[in-house]
Ligand binder design. Structure first.
Ligand SMILES: *Cc1c(COP(=O)(O)O)cnc(C)c1O
Length: 383
């Protein structure tokens, strides 16, 4: 078993730069000092040629930015560091594979209003900003986030709210982007209030990686504001147990204390979290942080991300390695977004060995066989 302690990310590399704890713990300082340039990155990391070239070349599609908090967690010399590979570009991102797609989840074709994706009958995905605290190299929305690509996210606020008002089948609104928690408390509060004024909207949720990249943003004031809008869930995004530092745990604790239910969404990434051991440590740490693993995503076919994808068998093997072996609450649903716009399709290891009208032959997590007799229609009841 790996080390499951919650280490602090507090000023390691910055220790020699005289940062006051007040600055370090301020989210505005963290964002202002976000690491973006080759010069800043090279000051602390020994880069490979592929990373160096990547930093110089990939910025036209997806910006590079890493908060000091997260940057401090990156191994300074090891290019295979699982945190490093999520945020530091590589020249491999410029290799476009024939299987890659610009918009693999078919979001652009499911927008009744710019910024609002309505794919499922009763819920919508509302893309409220194109900015994030740090940029993930495998981003599913790299075509629109970060403001450097050709395509711009042009959310039509009033039109989106109007659409929701006149579409009563929508009972669930998921705010995402970009990262909605980058908004000021006042701006986010105004938006949540407008949504809460719509009577048929029962359920609100926010998708955010801020608790991981910028835990300083999870202030008591933010938590107090959010808790007015219950039921409100937050889906966080964590891929590796080392992302869960003591600062992250404390921020998640504040959200949980505000009554916010949290789920985690992970993306299965080649060489980063594609083993049962890493995933087991991740889900155990998440449960300690009061977060329930929600989805494990098969990586989308985003342009320039083939080097980060695994085969589907890997995901099935991970679920198989978790189910039965650890807490059921710790097991995410493995899903693949059907390429082209199929939505989330669940994938599960096969536990049914044989099935006919009379019986189903099953196996358990240890591979032992069990028979469940089907309630067969016998025609007449014999007493
Ligand atoms: C993921 C997603 C949702 C939410 O799906 P759940 O399974 O309810 O979490 C809604 N709309 C879109 C377009 C999505 O991609």
């Amino acid at each position: 078993m790996n080390d499951l302690t919650f280490k602090s990310a507090a000023p390691g590399y910055w220790a020699d730069e005289n940062i006051s704890p007040e600055d370090w713990n301020s989210h505005t300082w963290q964002l202002k000092n976000s690491v973006k340039s080759l010069e800043q990155i090279e000051k602390h990391l020994t880069l490979t040629e592929a990373e160096r070239a990547g930093i110089l070349l990939t910025g036209t599609k997806l910006a590079t930015a890493v908060t000091p908090h997260f940057f401090n967690l990156i191994h300074p010399t090891d290019p295979s560091c699982p945190l490093r590979r999520q945020v530091i570009p590589s020249i491999e991102e410029t290799h476009i594979d024939p299987s890659d797609m610009k918009d693999p989840c078919g979001e652009d074709s499911h927008m009744p209003v710019p910024g609002l994706v309505h794919r499922y009958p009763d819920r919508v995905l509302f893309l409220v900003t194109d900015r994030c605290a740090s940029y993930c190299r495998y981003c599913t929305r790299s075509r629109v986030v970060s403001g450097v690509s050709d395509q711009k996210l042009e959310t039509q606020w009033d039109q989106a709210i109007e659409y929701l008002k006149k579409t009563p089948q929508v009972r669930d609104v998921l705010l995402s982007g970009g990262d909605p928690l980058l908004f000021s408390d006042a701006k986010l509060e105004k938006l949540l209030r407008r949504l809460r004024e719509i009577p048929h909207i029962q359920f609100l949720r926010i998708g955010s990686r801020i608790p991981i990249f910028l835990p300083q943003r999870i202030t008591p004031a933010l938590c107090d504001m959010l808790k007015q809008f219950h039921p409100l869930f937050i889906s966080i995004h964590t891929n590796h147990p080392d992302e869960l530092t003591s600062e992250v745990r404390d921020g998640l604790g504040r959200l949980a204390d505000a009554g916010i239910q949290m789920g985690n969404q992970s993306v299965l990434l080649n060489g980063i979290n594609d083993s049962v051991e890493v995933q087991r440590d991740l889900v155990h740490k998440l449960l300690m942080c009061r977060v329930r693993p929600y989805y494990l995503y098969q990586a989308d076919l985003i342009e320039g991300t083939k080097h980060l994808r695994t085969g589907i068998n890997k995901g099935l093997e991970i679920i198989e390695g978790l189910r039965g072996h650890t807490t059921g609450y710790g097991i995410p649903q493995y899903v693949v977004d059907g390429p082209g716009g199929g939505g989330k399709i669940p994938l599960n290891p096969e536990y049914v060995l044989e099935k006919n009208e009379e019986r189903v032959v099953l196996r358990n997590y240890e591979g032992k066989k069990f028979i469940y007799p089907e309630p067969v229609e016998t025609g007449s009841v014999v007493n």
